[in-house]
Design a protein around this ligand. Sequence first.
Ligand code: BGP
Length: 495
Amino acid sequence: DGERIIFMYYKEIDSFPEDFLWGAASAAYQIEGAWNEDGKGPSIWDEFSKIEGKTFEGTNGEVAVDHYHRYKEDISYMKEMGLKAYRFSVAWSRVIPDGEGEINEKGLDFYENLVDELIKNGIEPVLTLYHWDMPQALQDKYGGWESREVIPAFEKYCEALFLRLRDKVKYWVTMNEQNVFTSLGYRWAAHPPAVTDLKRMYAANHVVNLANATAISLFHQLVPKGLIGPSYGYGPIYPLTADPSDVLAAENAEAFNNDWTLDVYCRGTYPKFVMKQLEHLGIAPQVTAEDSRLLTSATPDFLGINYYHGGTVQQNRIEKPENQSSTEKNFSKTDPYLMQPKEEQAMSPEVPMFNGIENPYLEKTKWGWEIDPVGFRVALRRIQSRYDLPVFVTENGLGAIDVLTEDKKIHDDYRIDYLNEHLVEMKKAIADGVEVIGYCAWSFTDLLSWLNGYKKRYGFVYVDRDEHDEKTLERIPKDSFYWYQQVIKENGENL
Ligand code: BGP
């Protein structure tokens, strides 16, 4: 009967692959601290976070959670948990302090030691090359990603890492959430370099695409046994209703938000529909024939996906003025997956295409991010059918306020519920035929949120510090730590 068929479908047909990479993730700026030690140069985040009013209560990564000095202790918790994979990022300005000149051996040593320690403890390293911390020197000299001059600099930095770590690291991520750092950096001025100019955003985005393809090409020459891909912040778009105009609006938003980046990564071409709109407005990037050759020649081996939430849209408010209503999404600029805040009207190519709106079916976190586990399955399915590449889930998690009890416990059942629901949907997506090679929850320890300090926590391991006080920096496993330990032990069998 029907119930039995449904039961079989989800519980009996598919288990997680034996070598499934159960992991957790972090990023250099958010955990390391030691911002100017052992020869490290300043990054754009070191500078930006010191500008008044830019980050929550003026937090910065000078100390962060001091992982630079405590990585062995952190890895001992990973081992206790049974973690199979750990995703971290390398700070470019630790390896090449001015971004393009001398290589700082001490910087490379730190990452090699970290990788050795992971391997010694049976944990697969997953290395992200760029998680937003451009060397400040390249920003000052060339204007960062707005200039093609940074491509050879990025290539040199990647080469240094490929050569040093190619026998030890199999999984590599090129860019973390290109869609997020370009839009928050060049459109909304919420991240460095704090620009609000669409033309410049699209130009910078194109340079990032070229740098990504350059790194992938070089990797395929130097590390033939490794696997490399970008990590994209993917949010599936829904139409608010079955009104064909809303459905079309959702297609438009999917093209602007997702195809715009993913088509370039996976096919080497920009979606024509979006390109035409940008050309009409005179804000399209300049794409040469040589650029196109490079982009089509370098395809990723897997697609990294960071999933937090998607978006819901309806027909645009020009054709349907009643859509300019109170239900319109109240966008927050600290939400990296925002699509179309209403205050920006002029020159915005999205305005005639769709109107972002709250989804009436979904609950939200304290920070207004929709909680949508089914959307995770939708995301994985769409990616599989459009690009047919193996997927590595490189981030997914819940930002929440955690309370340390007097007996030093953190009862984060809300996080367990969130992760559990997402893992169940991922398991269903695998049963649907999506090839998922691993899952890294965000994050392993608590860490510095770019714009939300230490109030918004994600970790399995609590870190005793806050915005105002570094305190003891003691590590304390949360309830979710033991829950995930069990999931890994059972290889997700009881999800
Ligand atoms: C992703 C970033 C991560 C992390 C996460 C949570 O966009 O790749 O680095 O910060 O979002 O974001 P937040 O700290 O803003 O809640």
